[in-house]
Write a protein that binds this ligand. Structure first.
Ligand code: NAD
Length: 466
């Protein structure tokens, strides 16, 4: 979904909230319409878009100018919060869309954060370690007045990791001597004040979003034939039936970085007789094997290759992996039950939506499915678990990391996993109940509705809506 599509959905949901009897305790329909119209204008638009050019002296090309962004969408729920991505295709519009999604995600999961996002227009694979360090530090120098533990708290995202975040924290501390700095970023290394399990948290939550739906939520209603969301209910039942017959549920995963590789690991470690990862793909290749791929061997390989999957027979042999090599996009249309999208935006769209074979699609990445594809697949009976629901594990654990900087308590990894799972399951229960037990809105619409109810209530209580 692009920014315009996100904004269009916000508009639709706000319009339906204005028709909800007694919403915000307002019985007068005209007044409710005015109040919801004001909330819509605030949430559709962005508080602040900051753009700068980072100038870095490179080994090969002399001084280069790199566009960089920090977009602060809304902070009615709390301090701005959102990752920084390093990508050669990042644009201002994309960063703004991602910032809006952060506001909605934090509100949906009841986190005390607003929404923001950052972006730097570089391909991190094509710069040296020294250049990456300089770019990271300059990002902080340029946005130092806008970020901070009680203002805007960035984290890693696509193309960034705990090493980059540790450098950024170091630079923030240098620029702000004597000021609190530990909570200025989340996703730090554990050695630098991060929490155990932050790196794995998004992938873990992505796996939980569909495994909990199939293995726990659907189980509650196993014998109930009267679930109003008929087609999607049949989809879940077919998957549960597979498990009952001792057949594995086949998972394909696009993206084998932080989110994709951890969600693959979670699937195969959960129960070997339940989930099998039959395909994984990255920017260069898809690996497919109908009996399942050796995920641990792939992780060992990518740890040594700098993140890339094997792309030829020699590398497959070196990694000890049996797989067929296919084009990068083949993972999207692979023969599977569940498709986890854990790479980038705009992957399932008008041109390929009719070739998708999965009956459950999970948005580990932000905005990987277009509105048209969402509607088409939903009408066919697919269950689509949207980004703001599925990939919140990272920001939930980021909240715990940020909170840890305010207290003298270091969370154990078990505490982190338990707190994250509890928070996500509470939201899953709300969303899955609303979605499956009525037949009114798509799951994405349902998530937006719950989220916008929360944001509008806060705006109203804060006296911002007239
Ligand atoms: P990452 O950089 O660790 O991995 C990205 C993966 O996507 C790599 O395997 C890369 O090869 C692949 N990829 C990149 N471009 C591709 C393309 N055109 N086609 C196919 N594959 C491509 O990033 P990550 O942290 O795993 O994040 C993945 C997605 O999840 C992003 O969209 C990010 O915004 C989202 N997300 C991440 C987090 C987090 O905590 N890291 C939290 C929420 C959402």
């Amino acid at each position: 979904m692009k920014r315009k599509e996100t904004q269009a959905l916000i508009e639709m949901v706000m319009s339906s909230l204005s028709h909800q009897d007694n919403f915000l305790g307002i019985s007068d329909p005209e007044k409710r319409k005015t109040i919801c119209g004001s909330a819509k204008e605030i949430i559709k638009t962005t508080d602040k878009i900051i753009k700068c050019y980072i100038r870095v002296s490179t080994e090969k090309n002399g001084i280069v100018r790199i566009p960089a962004y920090r977009v602060q969408h809304n902070n009615i729920s709390g301090y701005y919060k959102g990752g920084i991505r390093f990508s050669e295709v990042v644009t201002e519009e994309e960063v703004e869309n991602l910032a809006i999604l952060m506001t909605l995600k934090n509100a949906l999961h009841r986190l005390p954060f607003g929404g923001a996002k950052g972006g730097v227009h570089i391909n991190p694979r094509l710069v040296s370690e020294r250049e990456l360090n300089l770019i990271s530090k300059k990002y902080v120098q340029n946005f130092s007045r806008d970020i901070g533990p009680n203002q805007d708290v960035p984290a890693p995202d696509l193309g960034t990791n705990e090493k980059v975040i540790d450098w950024m924290v170091g630079e923030y501390k240098t620029i702000n001597p004597g000021k609190p700095y530990a909570g200025s970023f989340t996703g730090k290394s554990v050695a630098n004040g991060g929490v155990k399990g932050r790196r794995e948290s998004t992938g873990r939550g992505v796996f939980l979003s569909y495994s909990w739906l199939i293995d726990h939520w659907a189980k509650q209603y196993d014998k109930n034939q009267a679930i109003p969301r008929t087609k999607q209910w049949q989809t879940l039942q077919a998957l549960r039936q597979k498990t009952k017959e001792g057949k594995n549920i086949r998972v394909a995963i696009q993206g084998f970085g932080n989110v994709g590789s951890v969600s693959a690991q979670e699937a195969v470690q959960y129960d070997k007789n339940k989930y099998t990862v039959v395909a994984v793909g990255d920017h260069a290749v898809t690996l497919y094997h109908p009996d399942g791929l050796d995920i641990e061997a792939l992780i060992t390989f990518t740890n040594q290759s700098g993140g890339d999957l094997p792309t030829n027979a020699a590398e497959l042999k070196q990694a000890g992996i049996k797989a067929t090599l296919l084009p990068a996009t083949a993972v999207l249309t692979a023969d599977c039950d569940i498709l986890v999208l854990a790479a980038i935006e705009g992957q399932v769209h008008k041109e390929n939506m009719d070739q998708v074979q999965a009956s459950v699609l999970v948005e580990g990445a932000n905005a990987p499915i277009s509105t048209e594809a969402d509607n088409y697949l939903e009408a066919k009976g697919a269950v689509i678990i949207p980004d703001i629901l599925a990939n919140a594990g990272g920001v939930i654990v980021s909240y715990l990391e940020w909170k840890q900087t305010l207290a003298v308590h270091n969370f154990t990894e078990e505490e982190i996993i338990a707190a994250m799972s509890k928070q996500m399951i509470t939201t899953f229960q709300n969303v899955y109940d609303s979605y499956f037990l009525s037949n009114e809105y798509s799951m994405r619409y349902t998530c937006y509705l719950l989220s916008l109810e929360r944001l509008t209530t806060l705006l109203y209580r804060h006296g911002k809506l007239f």
